[in-house]
Design a protein around this ligand. Structure first.
Ligand code: PBG
Length: 330
């Protein structure tokens, strides 16, 4: 017969919500959340993104309002994506001082000062007519080194416009080193790099490509983004980005890659960010719209899961909503 006592009483500390709150190992805090925002040139009203209910392409004015609301809610940072009117082979608008992101960075930097971390996504896909993240060779492949020169110029333009952080998302080899050198030489040694270090060639980016109008016109991004089956390769990317001077490393998408978030967190001593991407957002919104899941609980659980896996910072389209909820617990 098995002894009845002592019994491990796992349930004692689960009995009331106060007990559960006291012993919670993982907490969400508004300051750990970053809000991605889209700003589109040449529109007079914000445009809804059909595949991301609740997300819009902003005008410069509505962007300022959304940024203000995020900061009021205590959101830690904003990540800006630009959608230009004119696209070309080299993505000229990306580093144009009069380009939409540069103008918006100036707006937000003046409005917000140091109240939130102003971050600029640094890539070419929103700016190229072919929709790839870099300059193409005549054969239609992305030319790594020609692309690095463009990234360096974009980083300097974004820093000059007031970005605290630049976030290279193109997965070119050597991008962090090229950007660090360019920033330092231009006198922007204080601007940090949040590197999209382990960015997978993911089908979860589908809705984002509507929002940023950047679907590749031919082919896909599998030749530069990471292959979903690979984890060791992600850790190699982490080591390289740290060597090159990344200040924050990022794993993207978040939920299908929580093992990578955990392994990266265990490996490095810099902050680890995870990007809960457009497809993760859209799936939850769609299921909730159908009444199939409890929207708020699923959102919170998804974010807690990402934190528990080891993310210090989470990029999420729900940042403002969740930050507000955290401030006024129901
Ligand atoms: C590339 C970029 C992408 C995302 C962020 N930066 C898209 C891609 O690589 O195709 C995806 C973000 C999301 O899906 O929410 N500039």
């Amino acid at each position: 017969m098995t002894a009845q006592f002592p019994v491990a009483r796992q349930r004692r500390l689960r009995r009331t919500s106060a007990l559960r709150r006291m012993v919670a190992e993982t907490r969400l805090h508004p300051a750990d959340l970053m809000l991605p925002l889209f700003v589109k040139e040449g529109i007079t009203e914000a445009q809804p993104v059909a595949s991301m209910p609740g997300v819009v392409q902003h005008t410069r004015e509505t962007l300022r309002k959304a940024a203000h609301e995020a900061v009021e809610a205590g959101v830690g940072g904003l990540v800006l994506f630009g959608v230009p009117v004119v696209k070309d082979g080299r993505g000229s608008a990306a580093d144009d001082p009069a380009g939409i992101v540069q103008k918006s960075l100036r707006d937000l930097s003046a409005d917000l000062g140091d109240t939130a971390v102003l971050t600029a996504d640094l890539c070419l896909d929103e700016y190229t007519d072919h929709g790839h993240c870099g300059i193409l060779t005549p054969a239609g492949e992305v030319d790594n080194d020609a692309t690095l020169q463009r990234y360096a110029a974009i980083a300097v333009a974004q820093a000059a416009a007031g970005a605290d952080v630049v976030a290279p998302s193109g997965m070119m080899d050597g991008q962090v080193a090229a950007i660090r050198t360019a920033l330092d030489q231009a006198g922007y040694g204080n601007v940090a790099i949040m590197a999209y270090t382990a960015k997978y060639a993911s089908a979860f980016y589908g809705p984002f490509r509507d929002a940023a109008e950047c679907a590749p016109q031919f082919g896909d991004r599998a030749a530069y983004q990471q292959d979903p089956p690979n984890a060791e390769e992600a850790l190699r990317e982490v080591r390289l980005d740290l060597d090159e001077g990344a200040d924050v490393i990022m794993v993207k998408p978040a939920m299908p890659y929580l093992d990578i978030v955990r392994r990266a967190r265990d490996m490095v001593d810099v902050p680890v960010a995870a990007y809960q991407v457009s497809g993760e957002y859209a799936m939850i919104e769609a299921a909730a719209a159908n009444g199939w899941i409890d929207r708020e609980r699923v959102i919170t659980e998804s974010l807690i899961g990402i934190r528990r896996a080891g993310a210090d910072i989470i990029l999420t389209y729900w940042a403002t909503e969740v930050a507000r909820r955290l401030r006024t617990p129901s």
